[in-house]
Unconditional design. Sequence first.
Length: 111
Amino acid sequence: MTLFATIDRILIIHGLIKKKTTGTPDEFAERLHLKRRQLQNILDEIRDYGAEIMYDRIRSTYYYANNFEIVIQIKVNPLSEQEENDIFGGNIEKKFSDAILLHRMFVLLYS
């Protein structure tokens, strides 16, 4: 699963819990196209971040017992020239032009 798909899933789960409209654990898992155990694992991860997630058997819904919010912030910065060199192994345009030049020299010498 991609990062953004995971974030979307977490936000959907959070919204349903916050609105107290999850349904039973089986309904909640089915709604998210998950197995019940997968849903429990995700809920446990959210609990690790401080959420007190409870289940109301009378209303058949999960809810937050504390004032829990999820704020996801993604910041993207362009790579510096040095970072590009570290990742890509140097200036790819220069390597490509050097390879063409080498190829042309090889063709001239051996044809």
